[in-house]
Design a protein around this ligand. Structure first.
Ligand SMILES: Cc1ncc(COP(=O)(O)O)c(C=O)c1O
Length: 361
C-alpha cells in the first residue's frame, strides 16, 4: 500500500465545532468550494445531450477542444495551441494526482513543487513513487536535474502571481535541460491587483511549447466544481502521450459535462459576473482582516487571502473559531506556511458580511 499523508481537514473538526456554536452560525472560509449557482447557459448545455447513450471520447468533442483554444486566446492571449493538444480531465485534481505517474515518472525521478502548495502535488509524487523537492527558485535546486517542475500561478494558498520574467527563466532553463514544466492555472481568470500570465503565453516561451503543459479547471471560474471539469494543454507530444494512457485507463469526462464545458468556455458574461462577486467579497474581507490586526500577504489574485497575525497558525485558527469563523492553517500547504492562515472568498455575500462584522466588533 502506498503511504499517503493524513487528510489534513480532519484536524479542523474541533475548531469547526467551536465555530458552529456561534449564535450567528458558522462562517466556513476553510475550503475554496463555489457557493454561487452554476450559470444557466451551462445547466442548459448539460441537459441538452442527456439522451446520448454511447461512450464519450477521451479526447473530448471537437467543439470542446475548439472552445478551449478560443477561450485561451480570448481570455488569456494564448496563441499557437492546437485543438488536438487539448485533453479534457475529470476536474483538475485527478490530473494533478496522477500526472507524474501518467508521464512515466517513478523511483529515481525528482519532482519539484512550490514551497507552500496545494497538497495534491505531493500526493501525485507519492503515487508515482518519485522524490519530492519543495522549491520556489531554480537556485534552490543546485546541481539536481528534476524530471518535472510544478508551478502554480496564481497560487493556492498564497495568491502570489509569477511574473513573465520568472516564467521565462524557468522555461528556458527547463527546455535547455529537457525538464517538463507544468503550470496549474486554475485561478488564472481571477487576477485582482495583477494580471496573471499563462505559461503558454507567447511572451513566456517565444513559440516553443516543448516540455510545457498548462492545467486548467472550470471549477472556480465557472462555478463547476460539482461537474468535475478541467483540461490540460500545451506540448502536443506530451498531450498525445497523456491521451494514449488515459484512453486505456478509462479517464473520460462524461459527455454531458463535455457539453457543459463548451458553454462554460464560451460564456464570458458569466465569468465576468462571477469575478465581480469575488472581487466585492475580497474588498470587504480584506479590509476587515486588516482592521482587526491581520496582515494580508501576496493575495494579488485567486480565491484566498493569505493572512497572518505573526503567530502560530493554529493560534489564529482558534481565535477565528471563537468568532464563528473557520479558515485553513498554512501548515496544510507546507512547513513554511506555519504563521499564516488561508481565508477563502467562497462564501455568500451574507456570510462574508457576517465574518467582517465579527472580525471588527
Ligand atoms: C491549485 C489547485 N489545483 C487544482 C485544484 C483542483 O480543482 P478541480 O479538481 O476542482 O479542478 C485546486 C482546487 O482547489 C487547486 O486549488
Amino acid at each position: 500500500m502506498i503511504s499517503l499523508p493524513d487528510f489534513p481537514w480532519d484536524s479542523l473538526a474541533e475548531y469547526k465545532a467551536t465555530a458552529s456554536a456561534h449564535p450567528g452560525g458558522l462562517v466556513d472560509l476553510s475550503v475554496g468550494t463555489p457557493v454561487d449557482p452554476v450559470p444557466r447557459s451551462i445547466q442548459d448545455a448539460l441537459a441538452s445531450v442527456s439522451e446520448i447513450p454511447g461512450y464519450p471520447t477521451t479526447h473530448g468533442t471537437p467543439a470542446l477542444r475548439e472552445a478551449a483554444v478560443e477561450a485561451l486566446r480570448r481570455r488569456h492571449g494564448i496563441e499557437g495551441v492546437s485543438a488536438d493538444a487539448v485533453l479534457p480531465t475529470i476536474g483538475s485534481k485527478e490530473l494533478v494526482a496522477w500526472l507524474p505517474r501518467l508521464l512515466g515518472f517513478g523511483q529515481g525521478d525528482l519532482v519539484v513543487i512550490p514551497e507552500v502548495a496545494y497538497p495534491t502535488y505531493e500526493v501525485g509524487v507519492l503515487l508515482a513513487g518519485a522524490s519530492l523537492l519543495r522549491a520556489d527558485s531554480l537556485v534552490a535546486l543546485g546541481p539536481q536535474k528534476p524530471a518535472m517542475i510544478w508551478l502554480n500561478s496564481p497560487s493556492n494558498p498564497t495568491g502570489r502571481v509569477l511574473g513573465v520574467e520568472h516564467l521565462r527563466k524557468v522555461v528556458s532553463w527547463a527546455q535547455e535541460r529537457g525538464v517538463i514544466v507544468v503550470s496549474d492555472e486554475c485561478y488564472l481568470s481571477l487576477g485582482w491587483e495583477s494580471e496573471p500570465v499563462s505559461l503558454l503565453h507567447p511572451s513566456v516561451h517565444g513559440g516553443r511549447l516543448d516540455g510545457l503543459l498548462a492545467v486548467h479547471s472550470l471549477s472556480k471560474s465557472a462555478n463547476l466544481a460539482s461537474y468535475r471539469a478541467g483540461f490540460v494543454t500545451g506540448d502536443p507530444a506530451l498531450v498525445a502521450r497523456l491521451l494514449e494512457v488515459r484512453k486505456h485507463a478509462g479517464m473520460i469526462v462524461p459527455r454531458p459535462v463535455q457539453e457543459a464545458m463548451v458553454a462554460a468556455l464560451t460564456d464570458d458574461a458569466a465569468l465576468t459576473e462571477q469575478r465581480g462577486r469575488y472581487e466585492r467579497r475580497r474588498v470587504v474581507l480584506r479590509k476587515a482582516l486588516q482592521d482587526s490586526g491581520f496582515r494580508v500577504d501576496h493575495s494579488e489574485a485567486g480565491l484566498y487571502l493569505w493572512s497572518t497575525r505573526d503567530e502560530d497558525a493554529w493560534k489564529t485558527i482558534s481565535w477565528l473559531a471563537e468568532r464563528g469563523i473557520i479558515a485553513a492553517p498554512g501548515t496544510f500547504y507546507g512547513p513554511t506556511g506555519r504563521d499564516h492562515v488561508r481565508i477563502a472568498l467562497t462564501a455568500t455575500d451574507e456570510r462574508i458580511a457576517a465574518a467582517a462584522e465579527r472580525l471588527t466588533s
